[in-house]
Design a protein around this ligand. Structure first.
Ligand code: WT7
Length: 654
């Protein structure tokens, strides 16, 4: 994306949202944090690491052998002790750790003391089943308390977990189990999904039948109550084995660089990458960012992150960051529209949720469903809203703050990746004047920049590649079993400068604030101009008739690439040629004539992965009239049929 043309000012929404003085006055973190970190970055991270409980304090903060980092390497600690035991020892055993709500409506409250006894039993159970420090454990569970308990039990004994999202197939499971060489799998009979039991164990059985693995046991939680096939000797019921354990467990002190987990990122092509995270630095940064960006007050807040535990957001901001900070968290098993579209808001109302963290794709869906739904609930407990996963278009940002945040809550747009382990770019809610659509700037202690093709920083007003210029505590320590690929993927693009290549395009506005433009592979080249798909999508969504938009570049004989847009209309908008013409004109006026889509298709749905990312590859197939490629990673594989059916109605002009 060399010389990205600053075609437009993505900030069509000109309003700024400075922190409410009342919020600022009570905020956990002030502007001084930036100064402290700028003056002494490593000293700043030492201070944050000191918020944790260490068995032995480190002497060396950072050992940086590019691109291999060790943080706090000679220190020792235990992640589970930090997330659980510490709080019980400090007298908070009766505080609720988890408010669990199952999709069918069953509820369970688990205090920190109860969590400690469950995690201890589970740690003893894993040990009884032969799991030793260093062995890998695969976790394939629904969003139930046992998922959190299983992760913490693994952390407690130092057995790195590899959580595999419950929506993945047997093949994906097999690939991940063998790549990590797991010796035990924790699963459930089934979980609830859209009002019915969706079986999980059959996928594990099928995966383990696909070939050679080192799996000795499959530990099965009873959740769905569905019948499951049983392999005696290998299969063990979670309940049975936990019941016979002691509810105390002596946690070992583990080196700060002991592997905590492996998490596979799908990537659009190639074999999934097992992203490796270790203990001390990861816990330091997840806990600090959760404290700073969500402003958690452990005595009074109720925190809800709606992500699935199978993604990094679930690891860092359901489990490790919040629990290290003694948060009371909400854990919800199901989908936002079961039994109806008010489910999320009913949960916010019931538990008096104060801090909510969700994704733009969900926000746009709620926006599409209409204001009347959240308006029926009491959302007055909310005092901060967060967003993560993709660029949030200004339209959705404004809607989120207005319809959910009663026009008063800060909205924090947090940029980070599976690889970064924790938030990297985000406003600080008591400090930053937020700009809808901009993640603003690097957090204290984080060094980010935007560079051109040669790795030279662009000035304010310029665009290019997002890079991280200094190591950070929660950075990935590598790709499991593939140091070569680690070097190649992240450190070869700007090897001269020694920068981490994030793979995202970004712009700096005149104030130096950052606007994320999506993956660089999502940038289109139209008549020699670089245009980001996000920019055009944002322009489309700013039109009142549009609920959601996805844009791709399709090969074009004259312009190199032509812009093709797929658009979902809002509930009350009508489909039609006039509207299509209007939308094209709208994009032209918002960005410039060069960005006017060649073609706009009105569609009922968009193809998304299970983590909510739009699969542009499939849309490009449609736009280029090709056979539609592999749809197995789609959350709903029938979506492509719905889109293809709309093809004859496609409006193409000029
Ligand atoms: C990619 C990482 C971080 C947890 C969820 C995704 C995109 C993420 C933002 C944001 C713009 C964002 C980037 C990034 N992304 N957050 N606030 N604004 N883009 O983790 O699956 O590893 O994906 O998600 O493109 O590189 P992931």
């Amino acid at each position: 994306m060399s010389g990205t043309e600053a075609l437009s000012n993505l900030a069509r929404e000109e309003r700024r949202f400075p922190p409410d003085p009342q919020f600022a006055a009570q905020a956990n973190v002030t502007a001084e944090a930036y100064e402290a970190a700028a003056a002494d970055r490593l000293g700043f991270w030492q201070t944050q690491a000191d918020r944790l409980l260490w068995s032995k304090r480190w002497t060396q903060t950072l050992d940086w052998q590019p691109p291999f980092a060790k943080w706090f390497a000679d220190g020792t600690l235990n992640a589970a002790v930090n997330c659980v035991d510490r709080h019980v020892a400090d007298g908070y055993g009766d505080q609720v750790a988890i408010y669990f709500e199952g999709e069918p409506g069953d509820r369970l409250e688990l205090t920190y003391a109860e969590l400690l006894s469950q995690v201890s039993r589970a740690a003893n159970a894993l040990t009884e089943l032969g799991v030793k420090t260093g062995d890998r454990v695969a976790i394939y569970l629904p969003m139930i308390t046992e998922a959190v308990i299983a992760m913490l039990a693994c952390a407690r004994i130092g057995a790195p977990h590899s959580v595999i999202f419950g929506g993945f197939s047997a093949q994906a499971l097999f690939d991940r189990i063998t790549d990590a060489d797991a010796t035990l799998v924790i699963t459930a009979d089934g979980g609830y999904r859209r009002g019915a039991v969706s079986a999980l164990k059959p996928a594990v059985d099928e995966a383990l039948a696909k070939g050679e693995t080192n799996v000795k046991h499959v530990l099965v939680v009873k959740r769905g109550g569905n019948e499951v096939a049983w392999t005696p000797e290998r299969d063990v019921w979670w309940d049975e084995v936990l019941q016979r354990q002691q509810d105390t467990h002596e946690a070992p002190a583990l080196p700060a660089e002991h592997p905590l987990f492996i998490l596979y990122t799908s990537g659009t092509t190639g074999k999934p990458k097992g992203i490796l995270h270790t203990t001390g630095g990861y816990l330091t940064q997840t806990a600090y960012t959760h404290h700073a960006v969500f402003d958690l007050k452990p005595d009074s807040d109720v925190y809800w992150c709606t992500a699935d535990i199978g993604w990094v957001t679930g690891h860092s901001y359901i489990v490790y960051g919040p629990l290290a900070n003694r948060a009371s968290i909400v854990l919800y098993e199901g989908t936002p529209d079961t039994p109806d579209r008010g489910r999320f808001w009913e949960i916010v109302q019931r538990y008096r949720v104060t801090l909510l963290y969700t994704a733009p794709t969900a926000i746009r869906t709620f926006m599409k469903w209409g204001d009347e739904i959240p308006a029926k609930y009491d959302l007055s407990s909310l005092r901060l809203l967060g967003s993560v996963g993709e660029p949030i278009n200004p339209e959705a940002w404004i809607w989120y703050r207005r319809a959910i945040g009663a026009e008063k809550t800060p909205v924090v747009d947090t940029w980070w990746q599976t690889e970064t382990g924790a938030m990297m770019i985000s406003p600080l809610p008591g400090v930053t004047a937020a700009k809808p659509g901009s993640a603003t700037r690097g957090l204290p202690g984080i060094s980010v920049d935007v560079v051109d093709n040669e790795g030279t920083p662009v000035g304010n007003g310029g665009g290019g590649f997002l890079v991280l210029t200094e190591p950070w505590p929660s950075m990935l320590r590598g790709i499991w079993g593939d140091p070569e690929r680690y070097q190649q993927t992240y450190w070869s693009r700007f090897s001269e400068q020694g920068y981490y290549f994030a793979g995202d395009g970004a712009k700096k506005d005149d104030d130096g604030d950052l606007w994320l433009l999506g993956r660089v592979d999502d940038v289109m080249l139209v008549s020699g101009h670089n245009i980001s798909t996000t920019e055009v999508e944002s322009a489309l969504v700013s039109h009142p008739a549009v609920a959601e938009a996805a844009v791709v570049g399709a090969t074009d004989p004259t312009t190199g690439q032509g812009i093709v847009a797929f658009v979902i209309l809002r509930g009350d908008a009508t489909d039609g040629q006039t509207l299509v013409a209007e939308l094209r004109a709208h994009v032209a006026s918002e960005i410039g004539a060069i960005a006017k889509p060649r073609q706009i298709l009105i569609v009922p749905e968009l193809p998304k992965t299970r983590s909510g990312k739009i699969m542009r590859r499939l849309l490009r197939d449609v736009a280029e009239n090709r056979q539609i490629g592999d749809v197995t990673t789609l959350a709903d594989s029938t979506v492509m049929n719905l889109i293809s059916e709309k093809l004859p109605a496609a409006a193409s002009e000029d």
